[in-house]
Design a protein around this ligand. Sequence first.
Ligand code: AMP
Length: 206
Amino acid sequence: MTDRYQAVLLFGAPGAGKGTQGELIGKVPGYFHMSTGDMFRSLDKHSELGKVFHDYSSKGELVPDEVTVALWHQYVHAQALLGIFKPVSELLILDGIPRTEAQTGLMDQYIDVLGVIHLVANDRDEMVKRLSRRAMQQKRVDDAREEVVRNRLDVYDRETKPVLDHYDPSIVHEVNAIGSPGAVLGEILRVLTPIHEHRFANCLEV
Ligand code: AMP
């Protein structure tokens, strides 16, 4: 298992700001942000997988584990092959995967998790408001209806939150997700920088 990708997970409920923060981190040299939500949304809507994604996401449900991990693996492999993602000099920031205990087991063969950043946002009503606002801005079908948003939050509590127990508490870092994007980013970088420096300590290429 020596050629696993070294990764940090961006973890948190829908609406906690993983996408926003992931994008910002991805602009910092030495980090590569990959979002499974973006991966699914980039699929051709008329393709078989695109239709599968639409069926699940429009109800606020997760796409089945095997399909998700297989697609993720192809996707990351292609980006590495094309030189878009440079594993020798960039730390992979994973946003949105693993999202179930089964995915966690499946992903272990592909990633070595150096840290987990848990964006903590406990105000459910605030999350619903954030997601509804974003749905209008980005025309997202999954967050357009309140019942779907609430289902997404239930799915997170039931299926995704237990994933945290899989990792050694010493590598799980809680960051308060409520604050300005700059303030939250500052907190995240305070956690990420030592992980990054340790990972690439002996590399000259960064
Ligand atoms: P997101 O943009 O991360 O909120 O993801 C949008 C939708 O994509 C989710 O509601 C799921 O339907 C699907 N999705 C994203 N990541 C995963 C995953 N790891 N496992 C299963 N489904 C996922």
